[in-house]
Design a protein around this ligand. Sequence first.
Ligand SMILES: [Zn+2]
Length: 335
Amino acid sequence: MAYSKEIYEKALNIIKKRRLDAERTAEQHKRELSLKYPEFQFIETELAKTGYEIITAFSLPRNEAEKKLSKVRKKNGELRAERQKLLKALNLPEDYFEVKYTCQKCGDTGFFEERDDTAGVSYGTKLCSCHIELLKRLAAEQMSRSTPLELCGFEDFDLSYYSKSKKDGQSDYNVMKEVYNSCVQYAQNFDLDSMSLFFYGRTGLGKTHLSLSIANEAIKKGYNVIYGSVINFLNKIEKEKFGRAEDCDTENLLIDADLLILDDLGAEFTTALTTSVLYNIINSRICRGVPTIISSNLSLKEIKERYPESVASRIIGTFAIVKFAGDDIRQKMSS
Ligand SMILES: [Zn+2]
């Protein structure tokens, strides 16, 4: 997967900061205790000496080296045990002096050497999984930056804008109360196995608001969420396909996200390319078994008319369909 240069640099800076912070904390622990308790200072100095002795031992003849090494190792072990005892007496954890990296696998370098120790084979340096996760998260954040996510939470959703007068035995208010409650529940229970949702209904009924409220909750749970309008995504992908944008792979980022929210399906200008991209994104996510939320002003009938059978049947056949009811509440809010 290709990311922009900016994302790669940002990720490396974050990983570097993690490493420096972890090393600084361990150093600080050592310094503080050594100042307070000279015993620690003594042990640290002696430990440093054993390190030096181990290195010099290798220049000795084999017999002597082995003898010396076992002596030094013994001394090293005793010093560590002594340090442990002192830490315990102070009620501090055993690993108080150790560097606690965010990622143990790569020691916060972002890279690790993949090797098979039993066969003694190295497969070269690879991007660590912590690095890949970070790149994905940063790319998702950048991709979603244009949407004011912080403005949308369930607590700001006002049901009082929906009419309580009944049409066909149901009021808009009751329909939307049910929609609202199921969205809250969906967000609370959200995980990678959650189902995909298709929100439809006329413009201004709160589809974007509720889908972004779900996004907010999923992000809080640590999921990698991408949200944005279908038009913007398709424009970006089109530019990338024709080489007019920087080297970024939006299509695969969308396929890869834990939760993808596609807003306003149907507002885009339909071409053979946009249709095939949409199909690829929706279908690949279904194959991966990860949830997608699509919102649209189009009715199910209009979806069938507008898109080829392959796209329409993926949405109608595999998404949970949620119909939004009411009059445009945005007009009511501003009046
Ligand atoms: Zn790592």
